[in-house]
Design a protein around this ligand. Sequence first.
Ligand code: NAP
Ligand code: ZN
Ligand code: ZN
Length: 346
Amino acid sequence: MLKTPAYAAQSAQSPLAPFTIERREPGPQDVLIDILYCGVCHSDIHQVRDEWGGAVFPMVPGHEIIGSVAQVGSAVTKWRLGDTVGIGCFVDSCRECEACHAGEEQFCEKGTSFTYNSREQDGKTPTYGGYSTRITVDESYVLRIPSGIPLDRAAPLLCAGITTYSPLRHYGVRAGDQVAVVGLGGLGHMGVKLAKAMGAQVTVLSHSPNKRDDALNLGADAFVATRDAAAFTEYAGRFHFILDTVSALHDYNAYLNLLRRDGTMVLVGMPEPTLLAAAPLIMRRRRLAGSLIGGIRETQEMLDFCAEHDVAADVEVIPIEQINAAYERMLRSDVKYRFVIDIQRL
Ligand code: NAP
Ligand code: ZN
Ligand code: ZN
C-alpha cells in the first residue's frame, strides 16, 4: 500500500484536516497518478456535510483531478509515464450492464464507483478523492487532457464542464437557441461558456445582482436578476432550454414558466426536495429533466471540444489549508468561479 497525504473530514460535523490514506499499488491495468490540481465542487460540501445521506467517513473529497502519470501497470496500453491526465467523478463501474455498454458509466446498474464517498467494485473498499497527493485508477477511467488548456483551469472541466456539456448535447441545443443558465457558480459559468461555444443565445438568471458584469464578460448575452419578481413576467415563455445549476432550495415552478412551448428545463443542481406543480409543465407541453455528469467517452469529447473552442474554467487557486474557508465562501456564492486546490503544495 502507498501511504498518501490527504485532507479528510472525520464526520459530517468536522472540518477538513490533514489525514493519511493508503492507495493500492498499481495492478496490471492501473495507473498511479501524481495529483497536481483538484477543483472544489459544491457536491464536495453536500457530501462532507452528509446532506444527501449515507456518507462514508473518513471522507476525502475531490473529483476534478488533474495529474501526471507516475507509474503504469504491466498491461496498460493507453498511458505512458508523464502523460497529463484527468480523473472525474467516478473511477470504476461494472462494464457489463446496459448503461456501461452504452458508455454511460455514471448510471451503472450494479453501482458506479464514484471517486469518493463510495466503494470500489468489490463493494467494500472505500474510495478517496483528489484532496490527496496521488491516486491509483484503472486505465479505462482516465481522461486525456489536451495540450493548450492551462492545467489549473482544466480541473473543473472534469465535473462542472461535463455536467453542463452533457445535457446541452443530449437535448440538442443548437446555434441560435435561447438558453438560460440559472445560478452563476462553478457549473453555471461553465454552462455559459459551453452554450456560447455551441452558438446559443445565453441569458444568466442569478440571485446575485452584482454578478451582472461578470456574466457578460463570461460571454452571456443577457443577465437577469431574479430577486426582481418582475423578471418572471418579462421573460415568461422565452427560453428553449434552461439549465438549473442552483445548489439551494428554490421554486422550480417559477422557472418552468420561462420555457417556451416544448421547452426543456434540466436540473443539475441538487438541493433538498421541494414541491412541483403540474400546471407549468402541462400548459406548454414543457419538459423537466435531470442529468448526472457524463460517461468517459462524452467527457473526453467535452475536453477536446474545450481545447478546440478555447474554453476553460475561471479559477481561484488556493492552498489546501484554505479549504474550509473556501467552502464558507462558496456557500455565500462568493467564488470566481471555481476554487482549485494546488495539490503540489500539500
Ligand atoms: P456553486 O459554485 O456553489 O454555485 C451554485 C450557484 O447557485 C451559486 O453561485 C448561486 O448563483 C446559486 N445559488 C446559491 N444559493 C442560492 C440561493 N439561495 N438561491 C438562488 N440561487 C442560489 O455550486 P456548483 O459547484 O456549481 O454546484 C451546483 C449544484 O450542482 C450543487 O447542488 C451540486 O451538488 C450540483 N452538481 C450536480 C452535478 C450533476 O451531475 N448533476 C454535478 C456537479 C454538481 P447566483 O449567485 O448566480 O444566484
Ligand atoms: Zn462535482
Ligand atoms: Zn455497469
